[in-house]
Design a protein around this ligand. Sequence first.
Ligand SMILES: C[C@H](O)[C@H](O)[C@H]1CNC2=NC(N)=NC(=O)C2=N1
Length: 122
Amino acid sequence: MQPKISEGQDESKIKAELEVLFQNGWKLKEEQILEKTYYFKTYTKVLDLHTCIGVGSKSKNHHSKMITEIGSLAVYWTTHKPGGLSAKDTFMARYCDDQAKLIGTVDQSEAQKCGPRPYSQI
Ligand SMILES: C[C@H](O)[C@H](O)[C@H]1CNC2=NC(N)=NC(=O)C2=N1
């Protein structure tokens, strides 16, 4: 799938930045959404990254969708107007990687898990 770059952006610069992000685990979803899931040993670390991303988002006025689970945080970046991926998305994706590294991620297999019963049975 080819990424859709927002109008008015330096397309070759964004594409080069996207290549680096893909090497670091980011994936394209529906050609204009960047997504990555980070895994942590504790729920506290999940919340720490959520807060860090929230604080960074406020200063850049660029906000992600985030899905918080007990041992993971899924992050999604896109630009609404003009629609596509922009320098703000690549900047914030890199910021997320930097913050996650400082907090300390783990492999999915080592992430904090729920008890033996799924939520639906509690
Ligand atoms: C008016 C305000 O600046 C815009 O709605 C901003 C806010 N945060 C945003 N966040 C993201 N991820 N994409 C946007 O296009 C966007 N637009």
